[in-house]
Unconditional design. Structure first.
Length: 239
């Protein structure tokens, strides 16, 4: 199952990718976290092949419609997050409907967990011809035990994240960061995402662990490899 999903997600990268620009419209932009669903154990190999083909065909369809922004596989050591897809849609219902023709999602082999977002810094670049993949480090921040839904508290945490993102962007350590908003179809409690440049995870963890909102238990984070087409995360000078 793991190899099959990983292969399918890698194949997504060979579809024409769209772009996220700074200040993207919150109302239409969604991060989709493809997470582990039920096992394919017991499913005939020929049926899996059909599902895989339909899975990839759906991404091709979304690309042609201009709804697919970018996508790539993750190497989550906990095997929870299998990949990230970024799409644009008029509503959560419309976004969910985009995965209707995908049997991996519609039949429960993967879950498509949607979160609306607002770009804070950086962008993902249009790639029309993919010749290789580039590894970065995906950081997903979620609400911790000390999180509060009180508006002034949330505003303070958002401001801390924005400062962190801008500092790391100016230092050329990250290529993209975004705040996730309340438009969601899941209960994952994700609050933000960051894409750090390079392959080294420990320095990324050190940066996050030095933040007060992490030390105080307000926010938790996970960091693991993310793969995108080379050039999808352009140099900061190109922004």
């Amino acid at each position: 199952m793991a190899n099959l999903i990983h292969f399918a997600l890698l194949s997504i990268l060979f579809i024409c990718l769209g772009a996220i620009s700074c200040g993207g419209e919150v109302e239409r932009d969604y991060f989709v976290f493809l997470t582990t669903g039920k096992t394919t154990q017991g499913v005939a190999p020929e049926e899996i092949q059909k599902k895989q083909a339909a899975h990839l065909e759906n991404f091709g369809r979304l690309a042609k419609l201009g709804s697919l922004t970018t996508a790539g596989p993750c190497a989550d050591p906990d095997k929870v997050t299998r990949g990230v897809v970024v799409i644009n849609a008029d509503s959560i219902a419309d976004a969910e409907a985009m995965f209707g023709p995908d049997p991996y999602v519609s039949e429960g082999f993967m879950k498509a967990e949607l979160n609306g977002y607002k770009t804070i810094v950086g962008k993902l670049q249009l790639v029309t011809e993919v010749t290789s993949m580039e590894q970065s480090v995906l950081v997903i921040l979620t609400q911790g035990d000390k999180w509060s839904a009180e508006p002034s508290f949330v505003k303070s945490v958002d401001e801390q994240f924005v400062k962190l993102a801008k500092d790391q962007f100016e230092a050329k350590k990250i290529g993209f960061a975004g705040l996730l908003n309340g438009k969601s179809n899941n209960t994952s409690k994700r609050v933000a995402v960051m894409l750090f440049r390079g392959k080294e995870i420990e320095p990324v963890k050190a940066v996050l662990e030095s933040q007060a909102f992490v030390q105080d238990g307000v926010v938790r984070f996970k960091a693991f490899p993310q793969y995108l087409a080379t050039g999808a995360l352009p140099s900061n000078e190109e922004h």
